[in-house]
Design a protein around this ligand. Sequence first.
Ligand SMILES: Nc1nc2c(c(=O)[nH]1)N[C@H]1C(S)=C(S)[C@@H](COP(=O)(O)O)O[C@H]1N2
Ligand SMILES: [Mo]
Length: 351
Amino acid sequence: MADSDSAHRLAGRLPPGQQWVAAGKWPLVGEKAPVALPDPWTVAVIGCVDQPRVWTLDELRRLPYVERTVDIHCVTRWSRPDVRFGGVLLADLVQTSRPTSQARYVSFLALSSRRHSTSLAWDEACRLGVLVAWQVDGRPLPVEHGGPVRIVTPQRYFYKSLKWLAVIELLAEDRLGFWESTAGYHNQADPWQEQRFIAGRLTKPQMSRLLATRDWSNNEWFSVEAAGRDLSGLNAQSAILRNADFRQARLVAARFDRANLSGARFQGADLRGASFRDADVEGAHFEGADLRGADFQGASLLGATFVALSVPESTGAARLDQSTRFSRASLELLVPEQARFVAAQARLSDP
Ligand SMILES: Nc1nc2c(c(=O)[nH]1)N[C@H]1C(S)=C(S)[C@@H](COP(=O)(O)O)O[C@H]1N2
Ligand SMILES: [Mo]
C-alpha cells in the first residue's frame, strides 16, 4: 500500500491504531473452518418474527442482490481496504419474516464447533447496511473466509462479521456474542472510537493480590493494570492476559510462554530475557520496549507493533538485536513495515 496513488486513495480511511496489510493479503482470524458443510447450506431466520423461515442458499440468491465495498478493520490492528462483498441486505432478508415490535437486537450464530456468535442492535444493523454475503470481489466466498455465507458489518471491527452463518435470531434483549462475553471485546466495536475492549473487571484488592505474587501461570485475568510495576521473573506461562497494561513495567526474564497477550501493551517495558515462546501477542504493542534476549519463537504476531511509524525511531522503536529471537515464518503475519524492522535487527530461526 506504499505507492502514492493508493496512499492518496486511502488517506483518512485508517482508524486510529490500525495499519494496512500488504496489498493482496487477507489474514485468517479466529476459526478456520465450519464444523460441517451441509448441502444445501441453510440460514434460519427465527426469534421475534411473525414468520420464521429456513432459507437455502439458492433461495437467498433470488433476493435482491447488492454489492458493498468495505474496508475491513480487525481488532488485532490490521486493516484491508476495498473488499467488494455481494449478497442480500440483512434488512431485506429479515423483512420477509416480518419482525415484531419486540425485535430490538439481532444475534448471528455460526455452524462452527464452538457455536461462534455475535450480535448487533437491530436499528444499527439496518443503518450500517449489514450484508448476508456469499460473494467477494466477484467470486464465491472461500470457506476459510466464512463461505458459503457470512455476515459483513461495515464500519465495525471485523469480529462483528460472523463466518458460516446458520441462524439469524431477532431478540428483545441483547445476547452477547462469543468474544464479547469471553474476552471483553467491546459490544459496540466502532473502530473510529477505538472501541476494542471493555474496561477491566479486576477490583483494587484483587489487583494488589495479583501484583504481590509472581506466579500467574494458567490464570485468566482481563485488562490487568501493571503499568510501571516491577514484575521481574514473573511466571505467566499459559496465562490469559488479554488487553493487559504492562507499559514501562520491569519484566526482566518474565515467562509468557503459551500465554494469550492479545492487545496487551508493553510500550517502554524492560523485557530483557523474557520468553514469549508460542504465545499469542496479536495486536500487542512493544514500541520502546527493551527486547534484548527476548524469545518470540513460535509466537503468533498478527498485527503486533514493534516500531511506531509516525514518531522518531529513538522513542518509538523496540530495542532488539541478535539476541532477540523470532521464527522467520511468523514474520509473515506482521504488516510489512513491522516485518522489515524486526528482520533487520533480530535473529530469525527456521522451525
Ligand atoms: N464463526 C466465526 N466467525 C468469526 C470469527 C470466528 O472465530 N468464528 N472470528 C471473527 C473475527 S475476530 C474476525 S477478525 C473475522 C475474520 O475473518 P477472516 O478470517 O475472513 O479474515 O471473522 C469474525 N467472525
Ligand atoms: Mo478480529
